[in-house]
Structures are given as C-alpha cells and as structure tokens.
Design a protein around this ligand. Structure first.
Ligand SMILES: Cc1cc2nc3c(=O)[nH]c(=O)nc-3n(C[C@H](O)[C@H](O)[C@H](O)COP(=O)(O)OP(=O)(O)OC[C@H]3O[C@@H](n4cnc5c(N)ncnc54)[C@H](O)[C@@H]3O)c2cc1C
Ligand code: SF4
Ligand code: SF4
Length: 419
C-alpha cells in the first residue's frame, strides 16, 4: 500500500456513511461522501422521536455532521456512482461525469421499504398505511398534528411483511407511545413475537404498556382484516385463551409493517462495484455482502471495498454506528493507518466476564491477571485496538468507552438520551 495521504469514497450520507467519514477523517484520511439525495442524513431526515440510544433524529443528524472535519470531508449531494475502474493502488469512481480517485470505498446505502397491503389481505386502494409513513407524519409540530390526525383507535399489525424485525417492532412502540400520549389515541399492537432486546428498549416497552397500549399476540395465521368505509375489523385467534378463541378489534386506522427492499439502483451499483448481493432469508430483503451477518462482517469479496450500516443488514441506529465504526477500522487496517479512536476500560466497573476478550476482532483485549484478584480487569492493547467499538456495545457492565466518543459526551451533546 502507498503512503498517505489517503482518500476514501463513502457512498451514502446516512448515519452509517457520516459516522464512517467522521472516524476516517480523524485518522487523517480525506473522505468524499457521494449522496444521491439532496441532503445528507439518510433516514434521519424522515424521523423525529427515536427509540433506543438516541432521542431526536435532527439532533443526531446535526451531531454527526458537526463531527466531520470540514477540511477532510467533502459531501457531494444529488450525485451517484456511474462507473468504476480499478487502478494499481485504488479505484477511479465516475461520479456525475467527473472522475474521483480513492484508495478504498465504503458502501453505506442503507435499505428501503415497501408497504404491501395485499400481504395483509387488503387491496391496493386501502386506507391502511405503512409504519414509515406514520413515522414521517409524526415529524409535524404537536399543534399541527393535533389538527391533522383524525384516528382515535389505531392498530399496528407486525410480523407479516417484515417478520421478527426489531426495527419494525420498536418503531411501532415509539409511534404508539406518541399517539397515545400526544393525541390521546387508543392503540393496539398485534404481533407474533416482541423482539426488542437492545439499549433502552425494555424501558420503552414498560412505558408503552403503562400508557395503556394493548398488546395482542397472534400465532399461526396473520390477523384477518376487513375494511369498511370508516372502520377496519381485525380478527385474530388466541389459543392462549383456550380452544379456538377469536378476538375482534375495531379501529379507524390500520398501520402495517413493511417489506424490506433494496434501495433503487442497488443492483446496478453492485454490478458497477463488482460486489455480491445476498438475500437475507425469506422476506428479509436484499443486502450487500454474503449471507451471514455479524457486526464485524463489513468486508466484501473485493479488496478495498467495505460495507457499513443498513447496506449490510436491517439494523437500528446503535447497531449502525457500531457497524460504521467496524467498517472504518477495517478501512484503516487495509490502509495500514493507526486509528485515532481507542477503547478504554473503566477498571472499577469491569466484572471480568470475558465477553470483550472473546468478541474483539483484533485480539486486543486480555484480562490483567497479574494484578491482585480485586484489581484484575480487562486491558486493551493500544497497539492492537482498531477502535471498532464492538466491545463498547457488548460489555454488560458498560465498562468500556471509545475515547473519541464517550457515552457521557454523546449523551450530553444529545441533550439527554432515553434510559
Ligand atoms: C420507519 C423507521 C423508523 C426507524 N426508527 C428508528 C429509531 O427510532 N431508532 C433507531 O435506532 N433506528 C430506527 N430506524 C433504523 C434506522 O433508520 C437505521 O438504523 C439507519 O437509518 C441506518 O442508517 P444507514 O446510514 O445505514 O442508512 P440510511 O439512513 O437509509 O442512509 C442511506 C443513505 O444512502 C443514500 N443512498 C442510497 N443509495 C445510494 C446510491 N446508490 N448512491 C448514493 N447514495 C445512496 C440514501 O439516499 C441515504 O441518504 C428506523 C427505521 C425505519 C424504517
Ligand atoms: S465485557 Fe466488560 S465486564 Fe466483561 S471483561 Fe470486558 S470490560 Fe470487563
Ligand atoms: S474497540 Fe474494542 S473490540 Fe474494537 S478493536 Fe478496540 S478493543 Fe477490540
């Protein structure tokens, strides 16, 4: 590999692309982000209140943009990649008729979704709407929302088009809470299984329950839906009530989960970059990479081309940031640059559970048994740590922080994060 300065192209300016760019720029890499939309921010531009680690989409977007070193990061909006030529030490990317040289590429194009009423037994002219459409509508200021939102009884049907999705389930919880608290709506959540393990999600679930939202679990068949002029009637079997008990729910608005699909231009981008696409099981969508998913798995089968965030798999923002950290670490490793961000252990919190030791993809962590039994704690090798952040997320004692992005710093700058 040539000596620096190095240039990296990031395709997509959502949370993943912006996070990768921030990490790389702080390690001295020049980054060009190519974004096809008119502004940076990805899905954050369509959301308001967030579940999980971050609370407001707009403050997170501003925070991510503010972390970009202006001298080192250029964002080209309204542009897309139209061609690629491999060179001895990198790639020439064609972007809007211009040629851009880069030593490595990170694909951070996220995923898209599609509301499929027919999968829920409804026709295409239905009044039912998709989860993301409601999430987007809730960006309005409360006063305006109160004037515009009519429905008093709302049901969410999950696990039909996007089965067992943590993102869909937690999004439905967040929306139902907002509708209940701000618009006094009566909400029902119908799902097969609640998969909401993650930072702050147990507390969100508790809040949703206490707010009066009713949860109805169904097994086997999806709920039967009938649509009349004003009402939707849902019928679902409840074996837990004994025999063939059927529960009926009448609502004036139905919200459907949505299928995960590839963003427009996904296949041609994959063809131009010469990387593979994979189907993540039935109804799980098409993503870049092979068909195994893990947060560290940010590589492709083409040297110097990496994946970050939702381009790799359906994931929430916390997982997206971790995936972006891991992708940046992989790029720096590939370019043979020592990263700026390093993890550190708060020894008094370490329970010596070995989780981080087993997980670190760079074997950078050991337990310091040379010290007295009470003082022994995880120790991170400065030489080996690539700042990927995997150990930070995995530590059950929350004993590890990335020096550049401490939890406390992030919380303070976001003005209070969900518990
Ligand atoms: C309705 C909904 C609500 C959600 N709510 C939450 C929440 O409350 N909390 C949470 O933790 N997570 C939430 N998520 C998940 C969160 O949105 C994702 O984790 C996150 O957006 C993934 O970031 P990303 O950068 O990978 O993708 P995106 O945010 O989708 O960004 C991808 C970017 O790439 C650009 N792009 C795509 N293709 C190209 C191309 N060919 N060339 C150039 N640019 C391209 C796009 O325009 C976009 O700007 C939600 C998801 C949905 C669908
Ligand atoms: S995961 Fe956390 S508690 Fe467990 S050994 Fe590592 S630092 Fe200590
Ligand atoms: S951040 Fe943690 S998991 Fe990642 S390389 Fe450093 S020590 Fe290993």
């Amino acid at each position: 590999m040539n000596q620096g300065p190095f240039s990296v192209a990031v395709i997509g300016a959502g949370p993943a692309g912006l996070t990768v760019a921030g990490y790389l720029a702080r390690s001295g890499v020049r980054v060009t982000i190519i974004e096809e939309a008119v502004q940076a921010g990805g899905r954050l531009n369509q959301l308001s209140m967030l579940y999980g680690r971050f609370d407001q989409a707009q403050s997170l977007r501003q925070r991510l943009l503010a972390r970009l070193d202006e001298g080192k990061v250029t964002i080209i909006t309204g542009a897309s990649v139209t061609g690629l030529r491999e060179e001895a030490d990198g790639y020439q990317l064609m972007v809007g008729g211009e040629s851009l040289f880069c030593h490595a590429i990170v694909v951070a194009t996220g995923w898209a979704h599609e509301c499929r009423p027919e999968e829920h037994g409804l026709c295409s002219t239905t009044r039912a709407v998709g989860l993301s459409q409601v999430a987007e509508a809730l960006r309005l200021p409360v006063k305006q929302l109160v004037k515009q939102w009519r429905a008093k009884r709302v049901a969410f049907v999950l696990d039909v088009s996007n089965p067992f999705s943590k993102v869909a389930t937690a999004t439905a919880y967040q929306i139902a809470l907002t509708l209940t608290e701000k618009l006094a709506a009566e909400c029902y959540i119908l799902g097969r299984d609640a998969r909401v393990a993650g930072y702050g999600l147990e507390s969100l679930y508790g809040k949703v329950r206490r707010s009066g939202v009713l949860f109805l679990k169904y097994e086997g068949q999806r709920p039967e839906v009938r649509e009349d002029d004003e009402l939707f009637t849902l019928q679902l079997s409840q074996p837990s009530l004994g025999g063939s008990a059927v529960v009926e729910v009448l609502v004036d608005q139905l919200v459907l989960d949505e299928a995960v699909i590839a963003p427009p231009g996904f296949s041609s981008l994959a063809a131009q970059l010469g990387i593979r696409l994979a189907q993540r099981g039935k109804a799980r969508g098409v993503f870049f990479g092979d068909d195994t998913v893990s947060l560290e798995d940010t590589g492709t089968d083409r040297a110097g081309i990496f994946l970050a965030g939702g381009a790799r798999a359906q994931m929430d923002l916390e997982e997206t940031m971790l995936s972006a950290g891991a992708a940046a670490a992989r790029v720096l490793n590939y370019l043979e640059i020592k990263p700026e961000a390093q993890a550190k252990v708060e020894e008094s919190l370490c329970a010596r559970c070995l989780t981080c030791v087993r997980l670190c993809p760079y074997q950078a962590i050991t337990i310091d048994y040379y010290r007295s039994a009470e003082k022994a704690a995880a120790r991170i090798s400065e030489r080996s740590c690539r700042g990927c952040g995997s150990c930070v997320a995995a530590c059950p004692a929350r004993a590890i922080e990335l020096l550049e992005t401490s939890d406390a710093e992030l919380r303070a700058s976001l003005g209070g994060v969900s518990s």
